[in-house]
Design a protein around this ligand. Structure first.
Ligand code: GTP
Ligand code: ZN
Length: 203
């Protein structure tokens, strides 16, 4: 995959006009996925040399759009908008639905989870990777935006490790909150147990 360049920057008032966000498209990604960068100016980034707060957000139609309780994606996206709008930085909205397996396959995985398999086992039973995400595209998006140092908003160590391997300086890991409910508790615990996500639960 060759390097990316910024194609277009467009201001969009989001949250019913309360938040100004700059949506950024790119040239040069031959996957056709249409990943999007979203820049929030933030009050603090206006101060000299602040390092942007960055969230790599993998698309989740059920969570982001419909507020699904099976995961925490919608709440994490809201949290990211709140914090990055305050501090300044970027959400990279990556079209990696279902950790890269796609929406239909995620629904198949949910059906298996309803029979008792965990989120990673379900993917394996579908002969799909437990987590097929490559964050190289995020590093390229950052490079095209002139961002070489980030404060990364995540509990997922793999995101930071991959960004570092792709040449981005991750100067700080900023944890996201744990948005737990009765439906997603097992999903979140599985991430902590199987993938070393840094999360603290009440119990
Ligand atoms: N295959 C599969 N994907 C899921 C499931 N639940 C959520 N997802 C997907 O997981 C992705 C969400 O991951 P992220 O929000 O990037 O979070 P993360 O990798 O857990 O790491 P954080 O940065 O700590 O939030 C989205 O693409 C969801 O569609 C599931 O049960 N199976
Ligand atoms: Zn989700």
């Amino acid at each position: 995959m060759s390097d990316l360049t910024v194609k277009r920057r467009v201001m969009i008032p989001v949250r019913a006009g309360d938040v100004m966000a700059e949506f950024i498209s790119f040239n040069g990604d031959d996957s056709g996925k249409e990943h999007i960068g979203i820049f929030f100016e933030g009050r603090q980034l206006k101060n000299k040399g602040a390092i942007p707060l960055v969230r790599l957000h993998s698309e989740c139609l059920t969570g982001d759009v419909f507020g699904s309780g099976r995961c925490d994606c919608g709440e994490q996206l809201d949290e990211a908008i709140d914090r990055i709008n305050e501090e300044g930085g970027y959400i990279l909205y990556l079209r990696q639905e279902g950790r890269g397996i796609g929406l239909y396959a995620k629904l198949e995985a949910y059906a298996l989870q309803d029979k008792g398999f965990d989120t990673y086992q379900a993917n394996e039973m579908l002969h799909l990777p437990e987590d097929g995400r490559d964050f190289g595209i995020a590093a390229k998006m950052l490079a095209s935006l002139g961002v070489s140092k980030v404060r990364l908003l995540t509990n997922n160590p793999d995101k930071a490790q991959q960004l570092i391997e792709y040449g981005i300086d991750v100067v700080e890991l900023v944890p996201t909150k744990v948005h737990v409910n009765q439906h997603n508790r097992q999903y979140l615990k599985t991430k902590a147990d199987r993938k070393q996500h840094t999360m603290k639960f009440d119990d």
